[in-house]
Design a binder for this molecule. Structure first.
Ligand code: 5AD
Ligand code: SF4
Length: 468
C-alpha cells in the first residue's frame, strides 16, 4: 500500500506547501460522513474544526453541500464498499449542481484513501481529493488547491510533520464526553488486519500535548475522555521528564485535572496489558471499570496463524489477574469467526473461551480478506455460509451474556453521566461506568453531571432507572 504514498495522479511530486486558502477566500458548506471506528469520529471532529477556522460551515444536507467528505474505513470489505455505493449518489448530485453552474468538491479521506490512493479516482472520477489519515490537517489547503487547479489530488504520504501540531486548537466541546487520540498506528501486524498499513507505525503523542488538549476539552465542559489508539495500551509518549511514559502514567497524569471525572481508553492488545496498567485499574478511581480487550479467537493454532502473540490460556490468565486487581470490571472484546483454516472444533474453542471469561459486551465479525494482508493469501478460506452460521451462534451467546450483565445491574444504584436529552420530554440519556446507555427522567440541569440512578429495568441496548 506504500506504492500509493507520495503519488500524484499526474505523477508529479506530492503537494507542496500552499499558502493557506490558496490565496483565495475559502468557504462553503461541508457535508462530512464518518464510517468506522471512534478514531474516525475523532478525526472527523478535527477536520470540521480545521474547516471552520478556514471559513466553512457544517451541513447535514448532502444536496446543499459545496464540499462532500467521506471519512472512510477499510477494516472489512463491506465497510470499504459502502464508500463506492455512496459515491454513485454523490456523482448524480454533483452533476445536477454543475448543470446549475455550482461547483462541488468531493473528498475521500481516512483509511480507504490511504489503502487505495489514486485507484479511487480511477474507479470514481467524481472524486477530487484523496487524503490519508496522516494528512488531514491539510484538507482546507488541498480543497483550495483542487478548486484552483481543477484536477484531482492524492495525498497519502506519511508526512514528516506531525498533524497534531498543525491542527487548530480544539473548538468548544458539544457534549460532556469526548474522544482524544493519544496513539496511532500499530506494530503488531495481526495477519488479518489492514491497520498497520493504513495508519502506519505506532506513534504516541507526548503527555504534554495530550494534557493540553484534555485541559481545553475540560474547560469547555467535557467530564469524560476516552483516550484512543489502535493499540492504545502500547502508548509510550514522551513524559514531562523527557522519558517515555506508559498509558498508566498518562492516565495518572490526566486524572489530576480538576473537572475531568472519568477516563476510558480503547483499543488494547493483551500483550501490552502491563502490570502498571492493571494496577491503575485498582488504584485510580477516575479510570472507569470497563475494559475492551480483543481476543479474536479461542483456538491456539488460529491465534498463531493470526500472529496474535498470545494463547487462549494466556488470555484467560491475564483476565484473572485484571479481575483480581479490579473485581468490579465490565469486559468487552472483539472476535473474528471463519479465519482461514478455522475448523468446527476451533470455532468451539472460541465459544468455550467466551463462556469461560464472560463478557458484558462484544463485537463479532466474519473474517474478511483484506488486500495486502498475509491472511488474504492463506489457503482454506472458510465458505461464506459457514462463517454466517458461526457468527449467528456466537452472537446468540453474546446476547445471553450481555443480557445477564444488564440484568445484574437491576437494583443497583450507579453513577450516570448524563450526555443528552432522551426521545421523550423530561428524559435524559447518560452512561453508566460500564459504558451502558441509561435512560431516566431528569431535569435539564443534570446534563453534564454525574448523578446516582437506581436501575429499574433493562432493554436490549440500554438500562432504565430513577434518580436517587
Ligand atoms: N476481517 C474481519 N474482522 C476484522 N477485524 C480486523 N480486521 C478484520 C478482518 N480482516 C476486526 C478485529 C478487530 C476489529 C476492530 O475488527 O476483531 O479487533
Ligand atoms: Fe477503520 Fe481501522 Fe481505519 Fe479505524 S483504523 S477507520 S477501524 S481501518
Amino acid at each position: 500500500m506504500d506504492d500509493h504514498a507520495r503519488m500524484q495522479l499526474d505523477g508529479s511530486e506530492p503537494v507542496s506547501d500552499v499558502e493557506p486558502n490558496g490565496g483565495r477566500p475559502h468557504g462553503g458548506r461541508v457535508f462530512l460522513k464518518t464510517f468506522g471506528c471512534q478514531m474516525n469520529v475523532y478525526d472527523s471532529e478535527r477536520i470540521n474544526e480545521a474547516l471552520a477556522v478556514n471559513g466553512y460551515s457544517e451541513t447535514s444536507d448532502l444536496e446543499a453541500a459545496d464540499v462532500v467528505i467521506l471519512n472512510t474505513c477499510h477494516i472489512r470489505e463491506k465497510a470499504a464498499e459502502k464508500v463506492y455505493s455512496d459515491l454513485g449518489r454523490i456523482r448524480q448530485l454533483k452533476e445536477q449542481r454543475a448543470a446549475d453552474g455550482i461547483d462541488t468538491v468531493v473528498a475521500i479521506v481516512g483509511c480507504v484513501a490511504q489503502a487505495e490512493g489514486a485507484e479511487i479516482v480511477r474507479r470514481a472520477p467524481v472524486v477530487d481529493l484523496v487524503v490519508g489519515p496522516q494528512s488531514y490537517h491539510r484538507i482546507p489547503e488541498l480543497i483550495a488547491r483542487s478548486r484552483i487547479e481543477g484536477r484531482s489530488l492524492v495525498e497519502t504520504a506519511f508526512p514528516e510533520e506531525e498533524k497534531f501540531a498543525h491542527l487548530p486548537q480544539r473548538a468548544k466541546a458539544r457534549a460532556p464526553t469526548a474522544f482524544l487520540t493519544v496513539q496511532e498506528g500499530c506494530d503488531k501486524f495481526c495477519t488479518f488486519c489492514v491497520v498497520p498499513y493504513t495508519r502506519g507505525a505506532e506513534y504516541s503523542r507526548s503527555v504534554g500535548d495530550v494534557e493540553r488538549e484534555a485541559r481545553s476539552l475540560v474547560a469547555s465542559g467535557v467530564r469524560e475522555i476516552t483516550l484512543l489508539g489502535q493499540n492504545v495500551n502500547g502508548y509510550h509518549g514522551t513524559g514531562p521528564d523527557g522519558e517515555p511514559c506508559t498509558l498508566a502514567g498518562l492516565v495518572t497524569h490526566l486524572a489530576r485535572i480538576d473537572g475531568l471525572e472519568r477516563i476510558r481508553y480503547t483499543t488494547s492488545h493483551p500483550r501490552d496489558m502491563t502490570d502498571d496498567l492493571i494496577e491503575a485499574h485498582a488504584r485510580e478511581s477516575k479510570l472507569m471499570p470497563y475494559l475492551h480487550l480483543p481476543f479474536q479467537s479461542g483456538a491456539d493454532r488460529i491465534l498463531a496463524a493470526m500472529n496474535r502473540k498470545h494463547t487462549g490460556a494466556e488470555y484467560v490468565a491475564l483476565i484473572e489477574r485484571i479481575r483480581a486487581a479490579q473485581p468490579d470490571l465490565a469486559l468487552s472484546t472483539d472476535v473474528i469467526v471463519g479465519f482461514p483454516g478455522e475448523t468446527d472444533a476451533e470455532f468451539e474453542d472460541t465459544l468455550e473461551l467466551f463462556r469461560e471469561v464472560g463478557f458484558a459486551a462484544a463485537f463479532s465479525f466474519k473474517y474478511s480478506p483484506r488486500p495486502g494482508t498475509p491472511a488474504e493469501k492463506l489457503p482454506d478460506q472458510v465458505p461464506e455460509e459457514v462463517k454466517t452460521e458461526r457468527l449467528a451462534r456466537l452472537q446468540q451467546l453474546i446476547e445471553v451474556q450481555q443480557r445477564a450483565f444488564a440484568e445484574s445491574c437491576v437494583g443497583r444504584t450507579l453513577p450516570v453521566l448524563f450526555e443528552k436529552p432522551g426521545r421523550r420530554a423530561g428524559q435524559m440519556i447518560g452512561r453508566s461506568p460500564y459504558l451502558q446507555s441509561v435512560h431516566a427522567e431528569a431535569p435539564q440541569e443534570a446534563l453534564g453531571k454525574i448523578v446516582s440512578v437506581e436501575i429499574s429495568s433493562f432493554g436490549p441496548n440500554s438500562l432504565a432507572g430513577v434518580i436517587r
